[in-house]
Design a protein around this ligand. Structure first.
Ligand code: C5P
Length: 239
């Protein structure tokens, strides 16, 4: 397979066309950004860690019946995925109050929610990815009602698989963000990445943060935390 022209460069990844029409080539970068790009840094090794961690999660989710765009790892920092058109919504699922939810609703960080909360954010950098509800999504024509119902159902299904899987590895899944896309024949597939950049992972015993909050909040040891996540998932940096 041949890597062709770059289609897109995001904050953490570059996407390339390939010689196979329905497959994309994804390259994970070491760039870290937070607060809609206001805070930036390079974290050596982050691209490799997120590439490998995403591959582990997506392979495991596929084995458990949650289809997604992942096809195979290509190198330490690259993977091949199925081509999808990304639906411009971030689907956030929360088990424990943290981050923007804790702030918006005045909840203490760490409060266990009686049931998972699903939120949608409209992916638009200029608007700062605003929180949107089903009515907003409908009037803006972002997704149909039935597609939205599918996204919510799939978000909750991912949570039901990830939570116990991580609990066995001594990790509490606080919250996470998913993105979905549509294949050429209209099927909705889980896409993008699942990594410490897009999830909150806390050590179950100490509540130590093993995710991007270490970067957002200047807690230090960002790469070490991501490495610890890969280790607990059974991955190896030197494959
Ligand atoms: O900041 P907030 O509390 O809304 O984030 C909820 C979850 O979504 C966190 O796990 C965070 O890492 C993830 N997220 C993301 N990309 C964004 C916003 C949030 O991956 N643009």
């Amino acid at each position: 397979m041949e890597k062709q022209e770059q289609l897109y460069e995001g904050k953490a990844k570059r996407i390339y066309r390939t010689s196979t029409p329905d497959q994309y080539w994804v390259e994970y970068k070491d760039d870290a950004t937070a607060f809609n790009g206001e805070k930036r840094a390079q974290i050596t090794g982050k691209g490799e860690l997120n590439n490998r961690i995403t591959a582990i999660f997506f392979t495991m989710l596929k084995e458990r019946g949650i289809d997604n765009h992942f096809i195979r790892l290509l190198s330490a920092t690259e993977q091949i995925v199925r081509k999808v058109d990304i639906i411009p919504l971030e689907v956030v699922v929360r088990n424990i109050a943290a981050g923007s939810l804790a702030k918006r609703l005045g909840m203490e960080e760490g409060t266990v929610l009686p049931q998972p909360v699903v939120e949608f954010y409209y992916k638009d950098d200029a608007l700062g990815d605003p929180l949107v509800n089903a009515s907003h999504i409908k009037v803006m024509g972002i997704a149909s009602e039935s597609d939205l119902a599918t996204l919510e159902k799939m978000g909750l299904a991912v949570n039901e698989v990830l939570r116990p899987y991580l609990r066995e590895r001594n990790i509490t899944l606080v919250d996470f963000k998913l993105e979905f896309g549509k294949t050429a024949d209209g099927e909705i597939l889980l896409a993008d990445e699942i990594s410490p950049d897009t999830c909150r992972f806390w050590d179950s015993e100490t509540n130590e943060k093993l995710d991007k909050d270490r970067f957002r909040r200047d807690l230090g040891n960002v790469e070490e935390a991501y490495q610890e996540m890969l280790k607990r998932l059974g991955g190896d940096v030197h494959v």
